[in-house]
Design a protein. Sequence first.
Length: 531
Amino acid sequence: MKLAALITILLTVFPMSVFADDVDKWIQDFNDPNPAVREVALKVIMELKDPRAVEPLIQVLTDKNEDSDVRKNATDALGFLCDTRAVEPLIQVLKDKNEDSDVRESAALSLSNLHDNSAVEPLIQVLNDGPDSIQWAAAYSLGYLGDTRAVEPLIQALKDKDPEVQESAILSLGILGDTRAVDPLIQALSDQKSHVRWLAALCLSSLNDTRAVGPLINALSDQDPEVRGIAAKALGDLGDTRAAGPLIQTLTDEDDSGVRYRAAEALGDLGDTRAVDPLIQAVLEDEGEFGTVRESAACSLGKLGDTRAVEPLIQALKDKDSEVRSEAARALGQLNDTRAIDPLSSVLKNGDGTDVVWASYSLVKFGHAESFDSLLDALKKDVYYRGEAAKALGDLGDARAVEPLIQALTNETSLGFVREDIVEALGELNDTRAVEPLIQALKDKDEDNDVRNSAACYLGKIGDTRAVEPLISVLTDEGEFKSVRVSVMEALGKLNDTRAVEPLIQALNHSCVRAYAIETLIKLGWQAPQT
């Protein structure tokens, strides 16, 4: 077995802490005569995120006699380390037309992590006249740098013949959010390549400009069902009721169940009661073994709040699909019509899926206090019950759920998404008893990052200053994941505690989080010194 493959397996099996004490040794291995050893050392350093490695990595990158695969790995590692010392060397590699194309491509992508605007013009230059294999990476990175100088070059890149360049340009224009991109993206809805049309529809929804409504309505007739589906979703996101009629027609006449699912979902987002009868018809239809359209229709009927849906939703409580039954039970609680009480009680007594959880939820909303205990019991059942029960308890906002949820978080050792549901439920309850458990979830580096991000978010929302020092501790850990540090900064901005100012100023030295640090400092009333 090759050495690189062996070490890759070891990195998977053992935690990084096993390797962390040997940082200097791994850095020394950059000079090992065996390129496989050098490659492995770079991979380990990239995982450890130790800033001591920056200068040696730059030396590897700038050594033209080094193996190109090793230099590419060095480039990747510099992107992960997010240290501004790497910006200029990476730009020089990017601009060198004689450089290995894989190394240049990696340099372009790594610059997106460094968030230094000095890279904008070199990336634009590569986008304009570089080879296709690098242009797509330049287009991608320009979106994440967030500089509107890139808007016009990216619009021009929409005309590129290479689909990867086009797709990267579309995504970046969506990220930049500049309305100059609206008309070019509308034109892209007519592109011959279906994936380009799909991405254009997706990004038009994020630009939130009503000029897109008519073209997106036209896209409901696209020959590709994926494009039709994302157009329906985009119309729901834009919230313009001009789309209600076309979406109703799509729900009624469309053959593809995925498109109809999106249309039903969008009609709930629009809030137009013209959709009630078509949605009722959809929730009662027989679409085969899976009930995705019925599920989406039931959810939207709950959002629309029209009591014409009560009896059809009661009927849907007996649907063969458990997800449909669950959405119907939840929707009946939203409609708040007492005709639903007996049918929901029957589900609570006889059901055998997550519909029991949502029947309990709705009955609590009707004032049936004993159903609350059923939700607490569900926290101790099968993994999927636990996640749904946590969502229901968080939505109900009853403080009696705090201690059981804390206990559930302590006991939960299975799937990360269940722990995330529990963390979010605790946050929604907005009770200070949750502060310490949320702090523990945030500090646990073995925890799923989505869980840690949610913990940071809700520590900010709860507003208890006990969270300030733990949040600062995570912020100042240079080996911490970027997404977690960003969530921590957002939380510190909400807590409005001046202890965060100095650590945030220090974070300005790290280009990958600098923009977020500035935003948080402004919220805290900090002003940059005048020069």
